[in-house]
Design a protein around this ligand. Structure first.
Ligand SMILES: Nc1nc2c([nH]c(=O)n2[C@H]2C[C@H](O)[C@@H](COP(=O)(O)OP(=O)(O)OP(=O)(O)O)O2)c(=O)[nH]1
Length: 174
């Protein structure tokens, strides 16, 4: 399988060999000035305290857009229209606890006041990413990148996510 990011490769996998892929909806909420929302993973979850984009696992029968709308409401009290979700890119990550397929989506419109319903912290971050550590965990891939957010920053730049006219930016152009 191409382009799998292996996180914490020095740690044993829960189930060596074939593992089911867990699909995760990930929301990159972007403000007009280019700042994006990161939240901390609540206590009790794997990688507790790590910063991530809000989102979560798809439930049976859900689309990525539906899952993202549900998760943003449950975790942050924000409401979105699934039609406003812009699919961005996908990334497979092989974690010790699971093999996940992250469905990154961009969002420019949401309603409601931010509520940290699971006791998370939040930050509207910029580039270079200030929050640390950021998921996926420290990368030990063959490329030798050791910084947790290296791939993220590279991709943000590559896709010109933060250029001033980003509201007009079409996902079809990447
Ligand atoms: N939400 C989110 N998850 C991410 C990101 N990056 C990343 O590797 N993940 C991984 C971590 C987890 O293995 C998985 C998300 O699972 P989760 O346990 O947070 O999902 P959930 O909110 O549905 O949790 P639960 O119902 O099982 O409690 O995706 C990210 O930026 N945001």
């Amino acid at each position: 399988m191409a382009d799998i990011l292996k996180a914490d490769a020095h740690l044993a996998r829960d189930v060596p060999g074939e593992r089911p892929i867990v699909d995760v909806a990930v929301g990159v909420l972007l403000q007009a000035d280019g700042r994006f929302l990161l939240t901390s993973r609540p206590a009790g979850k794997v990688y507790a305290g790590y910063w991530e984009f809000p989102g979560g696992k798809l439930e049976a029968g859900e689309s990525v857009e539906q899952a993202l709308a549900r998760e943003l409401h449950e975790e942050l009290g924000l409401d979105i229209d699934p039609a406003d979700v812009q699919r961005w890119r996908e990334q497979l990550v092989d974690y010790p606890h699971a093999l996940v397929r992250l469905h990154f989506c961009k969002l420019f419109d949401w309603r409601g006041e931010l509520q940290m319903r699971e006791g998370q912290a939040f930050v509207w971050d910029t580039l270079p990413v200030q929050a640390a550590p950021v998921l996926p965990g420290r990368c030990r891939c063959s490329n030798g990148c050791r910084r947790s957010a290296a791939w993220l920053q590279a991709d943000f730049k590559k896709y010109s996510l933060l250029r001033p006219s980003h509201k007009d930016f079409s996902i079809n152009s990447i």
